[in-house]
Design a protein around this ligand. Structure first.
Ligand SMILES: C[S@@+](CC[C@H](N)C(=O)[O-])C[C@H]1O[C@@H](n2cnc3c(N)ncnc32)[C@H](O)[C@@H]1O
Length: 228
């Protein structure tokens, strides 16, 4: 029998939430603040990072391992992981601060509000890594046209969107119901990334969920496409 001590679990979370407030590269803004003043670094992320390097987003980054791995591999790019769960973001924020990584930041928000944090043309690339496939709610899928319209507000013209997922349904939906009707340019697509011989960042590092799915022998699907 597994006994879970709920009060200890709660204390861990509270401690993480408290520490989150001390990280200079983890941003969480209330609705009220956003409405009143907007987000202070929108259109000024280059000032925050102290350079004009391209900005790469990971949407639904969880604990941020992928954002951190990409940032380690690409020191000439700035990487921002986005997720709604503060206790998960804590991990990435903690590591990036311990390692003094100047090219990493985290943003705690619902992705539905992501356009409030970036100005037109401010982002060069988007990674969507193992999102919830939302089998019953197509409008909530992070590759639905509803979300692509949000990304278009701030993604540079020609900037790629990468989708990595173990969900064949989400992969097929994105290819057939989103990309095909809109004639978006597809640069890479595979229903089995690691059997495809594809090289590059998509195979260079794995996300936390991806490593679990790979251990279970599940194929990982991948699409790189452009929405402008
Ligand atoms: C299955 S996990 C994948 C985490 C990570 N990308 C990985 O591959 O290991 C999905 C993540 O997306 C986040 N998420 C789902 N819907 C979201 C939304 N609408 N806004 C922000 N984060 C969201 C969840 O909190 C969760 O951390």
């Amino acid at each position: 029998m597994v006994v879970i001590n709920l009060s200890t679990m709660g204390k861990h979370k509270l401690a993480r939430f408290a520490e989150n407030l001390t990280f200079p590269n983890l941003f969480q803004v209330s609705f009220e603040q956003l409405e009143e003043k907007g987000f202070e670094w929108k259109g000024r992320w280059n000032v925050f990072f102290g350079n004009d390097n391209p900005i790469v987003l990971e949407l639904g980054c969880g604990k941020g391992e992928y954002t951190i791995a990409l940032a380690r591999e690409n020191s000439n790019r700035n990487h921002i992981g986005v997720d709604i769960k503060g206790a998960r973001l804590w991990r990435g924020a903690k590591t990036s601060n311990e390692e003094k990584m100047g090219n990493v930041a985290f943003l705690r928000t619902r992705i539905e509000m992501i356009d409030q944090f970036f100005a037109p043309d401010e982002v060069s690339e988007i990674w969507i890594t193992f999102p919830d496939p939302q089998p019953k709610k197509p409008m909530k899928r992070l590759t639905s046209e509803r979300f692509l319209s949000l990304y278009r507000h701030f993604l540079k013209s020609g900037g790629p969107v990468h989708l990595k997922t173990d969900s064949r349904e989400l992969y097929d939906y994105t290819m057939e119901e989103v990309i095909a009707p809109a004639h978006y340019e597809v640069e890479a697509t595979t229903a089995d990334l690691y059997a495809s011989g594809h090289s590059g960042m998509a195979t260079a590092v794995q996300t936390f969920y991806e490593s679990m799915f790979l251990k279970e022998g599940k194929p990982i699907t991948y699409i790189k496409f452009r929405i402008n």
